[in-house]
Design a protein around this ligand. Structure first.
Ligand code: ZN
Length: 365
């Protein structure tokens, strides 16, 4: 008001606008205007349908990979992507600043792996096939996708999905990438499939470190440590001239202390070429002569099948000694029976003996 008055005085003093009526200016509020906020907000909200339309259109662009803004190249293949999707779902893309193209040239990331990971990001109804799980896992690890990795780890723990046979398959698929955490989890799940695995060509082609890792795992299901020993021998014999150098390290994971002295003496007499190696001799001597002074190593997961002669007690008439020849025949039987053989192996509970063996033991007394 003061300003206005001054303006009027100034105007008068300059001799201009002398005839204007001096009505004081009022603000809207002073004139009684009040905000009708509720009506205004209701009016905006009534456009929800249009918002839904926008969201639908954006969703369509994303899921159909239309109007994409970044091309990702993996092993010569181009995948059309939206950067905002990559930034939302991966830590890998967090530091990318408006690139038009990204090349991923890491040995763990395949075209299929990346494509599947991106499909998981953009499709609500995503279906994963078993054969793709390792490639997807490797891509998710590289792209740093915590949500997808959590989802995959829960699948790896799912017994219905990852059976003993599939666990061995996934273990083999992990080997070239050295994913020890997943390898260990899968080895722990091989269990009753162990001897089926030993019968395979894939087992024979493993390197010595991987064979040691398998044979050293306490979850491998066998009827006695002898089955572990002959599994080690099977791998060594597959290329004896080349592999005999690894005999000491492979034999070091066989728990000879879990064998009876009678067993140890019997295997020592059988395979001279193996037991003449000084380091192997030492292992055997330690088990033979240390006796009860040594702490017993961890037991395996013991299993049995009543149809298998060497699974019976040596007092039982059905028992047959396990040597290299009978072990090979045993593997032949496993191969003929197929993957279902693992289901026929029963877990041996402590103190339980087959009825026939129990009778034989009673007679002996
Ligand atoms: Zn028996």
């Amino acid at each position: 008001m003061n300003q206005d008055n001054e303006s009027i005085e100034e105007s008068e003093s300059e001799g201009e606008c002398i005839d204007s009526t001096p009505i004081p200016a009022c603000s809207l509020r002073e004139m009684g205007f009040q905000e009708g906020t509720e009506d205004f907000i209701q009016h905006l909200c009534s456009e929800n349908e249009y918002k839904a339309h926008i969201i639908h259109q954006m969703n369509r662009l994303i899921t159909h990979q239309q109007n994409t803004d970044v091309d990702v190249y993996v092993r010569g293949h181009k995948i059309l992507c939206h950067l905002i999707v990559l930034k939302t779902c991966t830590e890998f893309a967090k530091d990318l600043h408006f690139p038009t193209g990204v090349i991923i040239a890491h040995k763990d990331v395949t075209y299929t792996g990346f494509k599947l990971a991106y499909e998981w990001m953009i499709n609500e109804n995503y279906k994963l096939q078993r054969k793709d799980i390792v490639e997807l896992y490797l891509a998710a690890e590289y792209l740093k996708m915590p949500q997808l990795l959590d989802h995959l780890w829960s699948l790896f723990h799912e017994e219905k999905f990852v059976t003993d046979a599939i666990a061995f398959q996934i273990y083999l698929e992990c080997l070239p990438h050295r994913k020890s955490k997943l390898q260990n989890l899968m080895l722990g799940r091989v269990q009753r499939f162990f001897l089926m695995a030993v019968a395979t060509e894939e087992y024979l082609r493993l390197d010595h470190a991987d064979v040691s890792e398998i044979l050293d795992h306490s979850n491998m299901c066998v009827n006695s440590e002898l089955e572990i020993y002959y599994s080690a021998v099977r791998w060594l014999h597959h290329d004896w001239p080349e592999r005999k150098q690894h005999a000491p390290s492979i034999m070091a994971v066989v728990r000879f202390h879990l064998m009876t002295n009678q067993c140890i003496s019997s295997i020592r007499a059988e395979l001279q070429e193996l037991h003449s190696i000084p380091a192997v001799q030492t292992l055997i001597d330690e088990a033979l002569y240390a006796g009860n002074t040594q702490q017993k190593p961890t037991r395996r997961e013991w299993v049995y099948n009543m149809r298998i002669p060497h699974h019976h007690n040596c007092a039982c008439p059905q028992w047959r000694c396990l040597d290299l020849t009978t072990f090979d025949k045993y593997l032949e039987l496993i191969i003929v029976t197929g993957p279902s053989y693992s289901k026929s192996l029963k877990y041996l509970t402590s103190g339980w003996t087959m009825p026939c063996c129990q009778s034989a033991l009673l007679l002996r007394k």
